[in-house]
Design a binder for this molecule. Structure first.
Ligand SMILES: [Zn+2]
Length: 151
């Protein structure tokens, strides 16, 4: 039964032993999410784009061996895909699973659109208050410019 064997092989590949599963990513946003994750060049990555989702029709999924999200990565993921869920896997078991929460404040993510803002003139990390409505608005804490967050 070669088909059965292939299915089993595939299943083995799909499960990671230690690392993070990011599920329910907005369809076609997986590459954007990968672009914000650090230190994953050497890790085993499994990416599914436009796979079936019971809840949303379509979704992207990323699984990464030996990777646990840092605060900034978590915050940016929440901006890119507010419905995403993060599962941490240790020794083959899910140790935690949660939906991302939109941050109220971010540091070191994005760029202020005001060319005269101090963050664009000096070596200062950007910092924004996040207003979460129909659109996500980032208000610069230095010059108070409002910047719409766009994927
Ligand atoms: Zn600014």
């Amino acid at each position: 039964m070669p088909i059965l064997k292939n299915n089993m092989e595939e299943k083995k590949v799909r499960n990671i032993i230690n690392g993070t599963v990011i599920d329910h990513i907005k369809p076609n946003c997986a590459m954007k999410v990968l672009s914000i994750l650090k230190d994953i060049d050497q890790e085993c990555l499994i990416v599914c784009i436009n796979t079936d989702s019971k809840k949303y029709g379509r979704k992207d999924v990323i699984k990464i061996e030996n990777k646990f999200l840092q605060e900034n990565e978590y915050n940016e993921l929440a901006l890119i895909s507010p419905e995403a869920t993060i599962s941490m896997i240790k020794d083959g078991k899910i140790t935690s699973k949660e939906k991302v929460k939109t941050p109220t404040h971010i540091k070191g993510i994005g760029k202020c659109k005001n060319p005269r803002c101090i963050t664009n003139c000096q070596d200062i990390e950007t910092e924004f208050d996040v207003e979460n409505g129909d659109k996500i608005i980032l208000r610069c804490v230095y010059c108070e410019s409002t910047n719409e967050y766009k994927n």
